[in-house]
Ligand binder design. Structure first.
Ligand code: SF4
Length: 188
């Protein structure tokens, strides 16, 4: 899990003497971007180390989702706060491949991979991405165009903002709620 709430302090700077120095932005792992596309409230709960109820019957499904989000943490190629699944050369270009068990959380997978592509770009490395769903015999190209870049930047900024918030966003129904291990916490 990424560090505890530390805001990057963007836009702060009131006062003239003894002004607080904004802490450096904490590195964002791709896992947080993955969850961000699922639910902002869940991201807040994770950032604040609030764990779901261990007896919740949905925890197993939560673990499936978690495995989807975390599987790359085992791999060894690292950039910024992230570790990459497969990096290869294809037609003279760098290709970052992200392998997922299922395409059920496609938006999450796209945002996570786009975050990795942007981390590489920020280090001067141009790459394109590919999502692979071997069990579905499916692949999807992910190209970091301006629209996707803007989405990643907005998500990163919002996650950092959430980290500094004292209370979570109110629950808002999303397609995952019914199987979320936080469901009782959010909806009872
Ligand atoms: S139950 Fe729904 S609103 Fe609550 S954390 Fe899970 S996905 Fe988010």
């Amino acid at each position: 899990m990424d560090g505890h709430p530390v805001d990057d302090g963007a836009g702060s700077g009131t006062g003239t003497t003894g002004a607080l120095t904004a802490p450096a932005p904490f590195p964002l792992g791709g896992t947080l971007l993955w969850y961000y596309a699922v639910c902002r409230r869940e991201v807040w709960l994770m950032l604040h180390a609030i764990n779901p109820d261990e007896d919740d019957p949905n925890l197993e499904y939560g673990r499936f989702l978690q495995a989807q989000a975390y599987r790359r943490e085992k791999k060894e190629f690292q950039t910024g706060g992230s570790k990459l699944d497969i990096v290869t050369r294809a037609g003279g270009e760098l290709l970052v491949v992200e392998v997922k068990k299922s395409s059920r959380a496609l938006e999450s997978a796209r945002l996570q991979l786009a975050h990795y592509l942007l981390e590489l770009e920020e280090r001067g490395v141009r790459a394109r991405g590919e999502l692979r769903f071997p069990e579905e015999r499916r692949r999807e190209a992910v190209v970091l165009d301006q629209g996707l870049r803007d989405r990643v930047l907005a998500a990163r900024a919002d996650i950092r903002r959430l980290a500094g918030e004292a209370v979570p966003p109110p629950p808002a129904r999303v397609q995952w709620c019914g199987k979320c291990a936080y469901a009782e916490f959010c909806w009872s």
